[in-house]
Design a protein around this ligand. Structure first.
Ligand code: FAD
Length: 311
């Protein structure tokens, strides 16, 4: 059995595995796809000490760093369930069991959940084609690339309105499109948004297509849900802010999840289940970023080590 078994091979999981292995304890990492969301990222300009890099390049560096320690890497393996000692068919009294889709079972004293999240997509033509070529999901990451340009934000909840306020500070113009008849963000955010001179708010708008010239996006088509009219906006970018989905479905009924499905963690990254820690985008920790996921992964591994030495 492992002392520490990390589930997830994104920045949070890679960092947790390195911190655990450096304590000289038996460490394994299981990942459906090593690298996680970073594999899908083109330009990264906010990973401190590296001015500019690309996702796959950064992932190769994570992998090289993890491999320099004695860590078992089990890539292309999806975890399907977790069972605490003595429960759900787990006959061990002190080991947590992790079942894999491939049929295998792994055992460990401590498990660190780092299965990340994925952005909810619009699901319209052009979205996939122009992803990273104008279609963006993270204003903190890609916002500065569109300084002085016209952009749109889709989504009228807190994240959409926050993104529009943030972007309005440096882009030429922001159009905020909301599907519903009203915005859903907190009143204080809506008030701020309404006070900005370079923001237009369109409610009852259903985005139907992202348009482009074959190399990058150039606009967006939406239907006015009241009149049924189809309209086109010329844009350099669209930020899709309709929700972040934590990869936690497989954990339902084991650890406590928030109403958004995020794994609840305390300051030491412990979950509600003894011996189970969590880090990164799958957790309740705010601001989903690479550097934050890495810091949280380190904290979870140190929390796990503290737990182990007390057993
Ligand atoms: P993830 O990166 O999501 O990794 C999750 C890991 O868990 C993966 O290995 C996945 O395969 C695995 N996994 C999931 N479910 C299971 C399962 N059941 N069993 C086994 N393994 C599983 N952040 C920045 O700081 N700067 C940027 O420029 C930036 N740009 C971005 C651009 C895009 C297009 C996207 C999508 C995100 C961007 N982000 C950026 C956000 C950043 O990528 C995330 O905050 C970060 O990757 C979160 O790390 P994580 O380790 O928590 O999760």
């Amino acid at each position: 059995p492992y002392d520490v078994l990390v589930v997830g091979g994104g920045p949070a999981g890679a960092s947790a595995a390195i911190y655990a292995a450096r304590k000289g304890i038996r460490t394994g990492i299981v990942a459906e796809r090593f690298g996680g969301q970073v594999m899908d990222t083109l330009g990264i300009e906010n990973f401190i000490s590296v001015q500019e890099t690309e996702g796959p390049k950064l992932v190769a560096a994570f992998e090289e760093h993890v491999k320099s320690y004695d860590v078992d890497i089990m890539n292309l393996q999806r975890a399907v369930s977790l069972s605490e000692p003595g429960k759900d068919g787990n006959k061990n009294i002190d080991l947590i069991e992790l079942k894999l889709e491939s049929g295998g079972t792994l055992k460990s004293k401590v498990v660190i959940l780092a299965t990340g999240a994925c952005w909810r997509e619009l699901g319209v033509p052009g979205e996939k084609e122009y992803r990273g070529k104008g279609v963006a999901y993270c204003p903190h990451c890609d916002g500065p690339l569109f300084k002085g340009k016209p952009v749109a934000v889709v989504g009228g909840g807190n994240s959409g309105v926050e993104a529009a306020i943030d972007l309005a500070g440096f882009v030429a113009h922001v159009t905020l499109l909301q599907f519903d008849t009203v915005l859903k963000a907190d009143a204080v955010l809506q008030k701020k948004l309404h006070s900005l001179p370079n923001v237009t708010i369109i409610t009852s708008a259903q985005t139907t297509e992202v348009t482009g010239d074959g190399t990058k996006m150039n606009g967006l088509t939406y239907t006015d849900r009241i009149t049924g009219e189809s309209k086109h906006l010329a844009l350099d970018a669209v930020f899709v802010q309709i929700g972040l989905l934590p990869n936690s479905d497989w954990l339902k009924g084991t650890v406590n999840l928030s109403k958004f499905g995020e794994v609840e963690v305390n300051h030491h990254n412990a979950t509600s289940l003894p011996g189970v820690f969590a880090a990164g985008d799958v957790t309740t920790t705010p601001y989903k970023q690479i550097i934050i996921a890495m810091g949280e992964g380190a904290k979870a591994a140190l929390g796990a080590f503290d737990y182990l030495i007390r057993q």
